[in-house]
Write a protein that binds this ligand. Structure first.
Ligand code: ATP
Length: 219
């Protein structure tokens, strides 16, 4: 699905944030991207979304339809006067979709009743679900998410992870998700992509679990 060849990236033309990355991410996988703060997870996602240009290297993505759920914006507070419907219709126009019934898009998340609410008046979990619903509008084959559980209560987190997991298993959408909760990564994903020391390495969940427990719990 995604092939990365000899990718390096620098913000300042002096030090590399990512250096000589080679990866082959299989179609149908659910990849949790893990690593410490500042290791380069979001940078890698932005490069794959073509928001940042690699310093060197090449990327092939075998999908034209790509969805993106960004980190939840704190600027979505109650002063931010944009409704859920406006958020969805802006995205629909950008994708040149002709959508008549916006509440249908929210049905999967039981949020039809919130169509005319201001986004800033929704809870963290509801807001995140709206952003996921928006990302699904173009029927993506590949979906990127950045810290989907930040600012979301435990019950909504479970609903969101179950939804993403179903999209992966049932709708065959390949998922790449920046993840800070390692237990959720172990529970839901098929692969772990660890970003560390400017490198990015892909493991199956079982391979990574073995490494993780050996590193953290062996005496
Ligand atoms: N626009 C930018 N200009 C310069 N440096 C940047 C920029 N964005 C990020 N960085 C730096 O690049 C490095 C990687 O940042 P990035 O946001 O990709 O890390 P991350 O792994 O996603 O971190 P976190 O888990 O805290 O979100 C950090 O040292 C960060 O300070």
């Amino acid at each position: 699905m995604i092939n990365i060849h000899n990718l390096s990236f620098s913000y300042n033309k002096k030090d590399y944030t990512l250096e000589n990355i080679n990866l082959n991410i299989p179609k149908g996988s659910y990849v949790s991207i893990v690593g410490s703060n500042g290791s380069g997870k979001t940078t890698l996602v932005k490069i794959l979304l073509k928001q940042l240009k690699p310093s060197t290297g090449r990327i092939e993505i075998n999908s034209k339809k790509i969805g993106y759920v960004p980190q939840r914006l704190d600027s979505f507070n109650s002063q931010f006067s944009i409704s859920v419907k406006e958020i969805l219709s802006c995205h629909g126009s950008a994708l040149k979709l002709h959508i008549k019934n916006y509440s249908k898009i929210l049905k999967k998340f039981n949020l039809e009743g919130k169509l005319n609410s201001l986004i800033g008046n929704l809870s963290g979990g509801q807001c995140q679900k709206v952003l996921i619903a928006r990302a699904l509008m173009g029927n993506p084959q590949l979906l990127f998410l950045d810290e989907m559980s930040t600012g979301v209560d435990e019950q909504s987190q479970l609903e969101i992870y179950d939804t993403i997991s179903n999209l992966n298993k049932t709708d065959d959408i390949t998922i790449l998700s920046v993840e800070h909760d390692i237990s959720k990564a172990f529970r839901y994903s098929t692969h772990i992509l660890e970003v560390s020391d400017k490198k990015a390495l892909l493991y199956t969940v079982n391979e990574y679990k073995n490494l993780y427990y050996r590193k953290n719990f062996s005496s």
